[in-house]
Design a protein around this ligand. Structure first.
Ligand code: ATP
Ligand code: LTN
Length: 335
């Protein structure tokens, strides 16, 4: 069981096992989580309940959940320090989500851009779960009285709604939930699609060339970068109308730590082709050690099972306290 130092702030975040984890997820989220482990009391989850808002094929889904778990560890999350659990293993999440649904307005859920995007993309399956996705996410966060939630820029709106729901509940019943702050690291906060750089890189994009998976083979990564959509200009520099190149510079900068000016200077006189290959190479090198560790973890299922069981035991204990408190305030009778 990890030590809980009272003074340390609580951080909670989660990732959906809705497909293969991308470079966007890694640079925008996972990589930052690893750094936060030293200074905060971190809790991480594989948000499998969220993933079924979009239809999943059972066999693939099962594998994706375990892969996501192993990948978190491979990225450097130490489960003995930061509990990592699987959302569906901790029943308090679905329960609090129901309660919060009753304190969330139809209008505010209708304004969520992710709902609008996903209902357009999956127009044959605009289910109620897709609509109430933010209340489940609010439950994930509020159950642990999290101070901060590290996410990519795309999740900011979901955090705002979680705060609004918490504030509303506290306003009716008195202080029950801590109001969480978003934590959005600047570097890598928004990695764009390699095929349509005006859209974010998303693991559920059916065009496989639009994303790079953390587990893609080196030659696949290189191929995807070489195919990345750019523009008709030739100079490697940040500029308006150069979304593709801006994105590649952003990725290069996030991976190497160099500024965009340094990158521009380095590629002066060279074409886009050279630059794309260099970005591909840098990403391959960044991901290589993670892939190696992933292979070790995924072949050690007993260890993964042990860790996710410990994680959910810890998460249940902590979250049950908040759920009980909220239920009591509403007026439910104790068991
Ligand atoms: P989906 O395609 O299923 O919506 P996703 O790729 O958007 O999934 P999530 O599981 O929803 O990924 O997000 C996990 C974390 O990764 C979140 O913190 C999110 O903000 C971050 N993230 C997702 N996509 C990007 C991106 N393109 N750039 C930076 N961060 C991202
Ligand atoms: N919707 C989130 C994944 C997620 C999450 C959370 C993130 C589910 N529950 C709680 C932070 C905190 C996303 O990142 N797309």
């Amino acid at each position: 069981m990890p030590e809980t130092t009272e003074k340390k702030k609580v951080i909670l975040s989660a990732i959906q096992p809705s497909g293969t984890i991308t470079l966007g997820n890694y640079l925008g989220a996972l990589r930052n989580w690893v750094k936060l482990q030293e200074d905060y009391h971190c809790i991480f989850a594989v948000a499998d309940l969220h993933a079924i808002t979009v239809r999943q094929e059972p066999k693939t889904f099962r594998q994706n959940i375990l892969n996501a778990y192993a990948l978190l560890l491979a990225c450097g999350i130490d489960p003995t320090k930061s509990p990592v659990f699987i959302q569906s293993h901790v029943h308090t999440h679905a329960e609090l989500a129901w309660l919060l649904n009753c304190y969330t307005q139809f209008g505010e859920l209708s304004r969520m851009t992710q709902f609008k995007d996903k209902s357009q993309k999956h127009s044959d399956n605009v289910n109620a779960g897709l609509f109430t996705y933010p209340t489940l996410m609010a439950a994930d966060i509020l159950l642990y009285q999290a101070d901060m939630v590290p996410v990519g820029a795309d999740q900011k709106q979901h955090l705002e709604i979680a705060r609004n729901i918490a504030e509303r509940f506290n306003g009716i019943y008195g202080n029950t939930f801590k109001l969480p702050e978003p934590y959005i690291a600047q570097v890598g906060a928004r990695v764009m699609s390699l095929q349509d750089p005006t859209k974010k890189m998303s693991k559920s994009d059916e065009n496989v060339n639009s994303w790079v998976a953390v587990l893609d083979k080196p030659e696949t990564i290189m191929k995807k970068f070489k195919r990345a959509v750019t523009d008709s200009d030739t100079v490697v520099c940040v500029g308006e109308g150069k979304d593709g190149i801006n994105n590649l510079i952003g990725i290069m900068s996030a991976v190497t730590g160099k500024t965009s000016e340094e990158i521009t200077a380095e590629f002066e006189g060279k074409g886009y082709g050279d630059f794309k290959a260099a970005v591909g190479e840098a990403v391959i090198e960044e991901l290589r050690p993670i892939q190696e560790r992933f292979n070790d973890y995924i072949n050690n299922k007993d260890y993964l099972v042990e860790q996710y069981r410990k994680g959910s035991e810890f998460a249940l204990k902590l979250s049950q306290r908040t759920l009980d408190k909220a239920m009591k305030k509403i007026g439910f009778i104790a068991k």
